[in-house]
Design a protein around this ligand. Structure first.
Ligand code: SF4
Ligand code: ZN
Length: 333
């Protein structure tokens, strides 16, 4: 028996929406997916007319679908945004070089200008070189800190007023659980926010905060979007992997679980005794920091001095400024 789409009651249902388990046709799936992202953008006032929006683009499914849909919604609803693709080249041979080729094709396909900034030009090190120096243990700590700052510097070079990233609902739920498991109250208090940047940094938002990963994959598949699906060769992150599996198991039993974890985190209230660090700027590079030196400068100093453990400490908020080294980071204007 041919099953009809529950939304239009006309066309044949070809898929079951992972988020709602409704049997729908392709067109109704596209419409529902796009409308939900549009609603998220409007309800949370993510942009204003004239904003220059940098889309963090890795060539992976999330950011590729994000770039596609930002262009589509901007044209369809007349948001009045100037869009840019912003990619970070961490210098990971056999992974990032291939995924950047995808982003370069996306630039052509969507007609959105692309800027690439590399760790090598910003910090003087590629991730390949860092892993050779420090091994495979804390590589993601270095990479995460460097990426955050690289994105901000790339966005500044584009004169962007906003940045969007492809973090989806699964990512947010996973991060909430991870922060609970680690007892990281400072991060827990902000990880479910749809936008950050109240501390003076460039406002960043996640238009896919309520979008399920499986739906992003389906959307990319049915739209035949061009994306890159290989994992980073240096990805260990066993602890995050555990949280990821746990979220997937919960989703299999009850799809709503993902949204419920996010909503719980949105409603958390934090004790006023948990003092948030005051923000200033790094004495060395001028980047936003609650310490004398920002985390990237501390990590870089460790690398340049052959003491890579220097900034990889368990105690947060204790980054001391080491004495200046001869190798100074090179930053984009
Ligand atoms: Fe960087 Fe780790 Fe992500 Fe690889 S898995 S890109 S090393 S943060
Ligand atoms: Zn710094």
């Amino acid at each position: 028996m041919v099953r009809k789409c529950v939304l239009c009651d006309e066309r044949r249902a070809v898929l079951r929406r992972p988020k709602t388990h409704q049997q729908v046709c392709k067109d109704c799936f596209f419409a529902a997916f796009e409308d939900e992202v549009h609603r998220t953008i409007i309800d949370n006032r993510l942009f204003k007319r004239g904003d220059r929006v940098a889309i963090g683009a890795s060539g992976g499914k999330d950011s590729t679908v994000l770039a596609y849909i930002m262009k589509l919604l901007n044209d369809r609803h007349g948001y009045g945004l100037d869009l840019f693709l912003l990619s970070i080249d961490e210098g990971i041979t056999g992974y990032r070089d291939d995924s950047l080729e995808t982003v370069k094709r996306n630039e052509e396909q969507y007609g959105i200008p692309l800027k690439i900034v590399s760790y090598k030009e910003l910090y003087g090190w590629t991730m390949d070189e860092i892993v050779r120096e420090i091994g495979r243990k804390n590589n993601c700590t270095f990479c995460g800190v460097f990426r955050r700052q690289a994105l901000d510097r790339g966005a500044a070079a584009l004169r962007a007023t906003k940045m969007v990233t492809g973090h989806n609902a699964d990512d947010v739920a996973e991060t909430v659980l991870l922060n609970i498991l680690r007892g990281d109250i400072a991060r827990l208090s902000r990880c479910a926010a749809i936008s950050t940047g109240d501390d003076g940094a460039l406002p960043r938002s996640k238009p896919f905060k309520y979008t399920y990963e499986k739906e992003i994959v389906m959307y990319a598949y049915f739209k035949k979007l061009d994306y890159f699906s290989t994992e980073c060769i240096y990805s260990p992150n066993a602890y995050r992997g555990f949280a990821r599996e746990y979220v997937k198991d919960l989703e299999a039993i009850r799809p709503q679980a993902i949204l419920d974890i996010i909503r719980s985190a949105e409603e958390f209230r934090f004790s006023l005794t948990a003092k948030m660090p005051e923000q200033g700027t790094c004495e060395r590079c001028g980047y936003i920091s609650s310490q004398r030196w920002c985390k990237a400068c501390v990590l870089l100093e460790g690398l340049n001095k052959g003491l890579p453990q220097l900034g990889v400490s368990k105690s947060r908020g204790s980054a001391k400024a080491p004495s200046a080294s001869s190798r100074t980071p090179i930053f984009l204007a």
